[in-house]
Design a protein around this ligand. Structure first.
Ligand code: HSE
Length: 335
């Protein structure tokens, strides 16, 4: 049986999750694709840390050693930050290697050039894992709301901040303890600053904006506030009043103008996002024909993120034509 040859870029929580899921679900890949998926190489910062990995896997910190592997089919990218991820993925696409990324910070800014590069080289980019973890919002919008025009998104897009707010409210623990738990569970970024200050939710909202509206608002005109200033006292008072703080990302059109905001809001119990707790994310998608659909699911974590990425893999290898080829990305000019 032929195999799909895959490389992992990054072997933190997400990279390890992909490895685990690929290893445990080969039977499913055989059924769905008629092929097994083999990890042939892993890019890490410190190869000596990973001596336990099977010898047939190239474990290296040298991207050149990976990109020159003959007949490499796909790279899974789970690196943090813009560079070197962008350069690696650009290089992979230029070599006609499919790309599956979880890198929201990089993709929010560079989706257009990467998708263009993918089109030129007749390969695909899967980016379901960039937004809302394991909750399949990207392909729901892209594949299942094609006749509908999405008018508005109201969402909880960061698992870590929702976990912290929930833990502070339900268990009366302090911010630092809740954040430590979110790190321990693999929800928070290695540097959780972006989780806490709203940047991560903002990046995900920009990816949704581009997907839905074919444009993004001018970044520095979007109000962006994190959860760092919400005190335990404020959360307890809210709870006594049957209210909850939730970190909400909103985008929609007012006339011709895109309006977006990312901020903590005090929700009453009648609000549809009031009950979204813990690491869950939720995306209320309002469209002109169907009305409002709300997707709820795990927004972070090893297996949910890996789930999104392996589903991208199956989508890419099942569908011969590049669905993204008509994808109307434009450059993110004004940042
Ligand atoms: N740190 C991110 C979050 C991971 O908590 O939502 C998923 O993008």
């Amino acid at each position: 049986m032929t195999k799909i040859k895959a490389a992992l870029l990054g072997y933190g929580t997400v990279g390890q999750g992909i490895h685990e899921v690929l290893h445990e679900h080969q039977e499913r890949f055989r059924t769905l694709l008629g092929k097994e998926v083999e990890i042939v190489a892993i890019l890490v910062q410190n190869p000596s840390k990973y001596r336990d990995l099977p010898e047939n896997i190239v474990v290296t910190k040298d991207f050149e050693k990976i990109i020159t592997i003959p007949e490499l089919d796909v790279v899974f990218e789970a690196i943090v930050g813009e560079e070197p991820a962008l350069s690696y993925l650009t290089h992979a696409l230029e070599k006609s290697i499919h790309v599956i990324t979880a890198n929201k910070m990089m993709f929010a800014k560079h989706a257009n050039s990467l998708l263009e590069k993918a089109r030129e080289n007749h390969v695909k980019i899967g980016f379901e894992a960039t937004t809302a973890g394991g909750t399949p919002v990207i392909r729901t919008i892209e594949q299942l709301l094609q006749v509908n025009q999405v008018e508005k998104i109201e969402a909880i897009l960061n698992g870590t901040s929702n976990y912290i707010l929930t833990a502070m409210s339900e268990r009366s623990i302090d911010f630092e303890t809740a954040l430590a738990e979110a790190k321990e569970k693999g929800y928070a970024e290695a540097d959780p600053a972006n989780d806490i200050d709203g940047t991560d939710a903002f990046n995900k909202l920009m990816i949704l904006s581009q997907l839905i509206f074919n444009e993004q608002p001018v970044w520095n005109k979007v109000e962006k506030t994190g959860i760092q200033d919400i005190t335990s006292t404020a959360i307890q008072t809210a709870q006594e009043n049957n209210e909850k703080y939730k970190h909400i990302a909103v985008i929609g059109k007012e006339g011709d103008q895109l309006k977006a905001e990312v901020s903590p809001l005090l929700l009453s119990s009648s609000h549809p996002l009031y009950n979204i707790d813990g690491v869950d994310n939720a995306i209320a998608i309002t469209s002109n024909i169907v009305g409002t659909i709300t997707l709820i699911g795990p927004g972070a974590g090893k297996l949910p993120t890996a789930s999104a990425m392996v589903e991208d893999l199956v989508d890419i290898f099942q569908n011969g034509t590049n669905r993204h080829s008509t994808y109307p990305y434009k450059d993110q000019a004004a940042v």
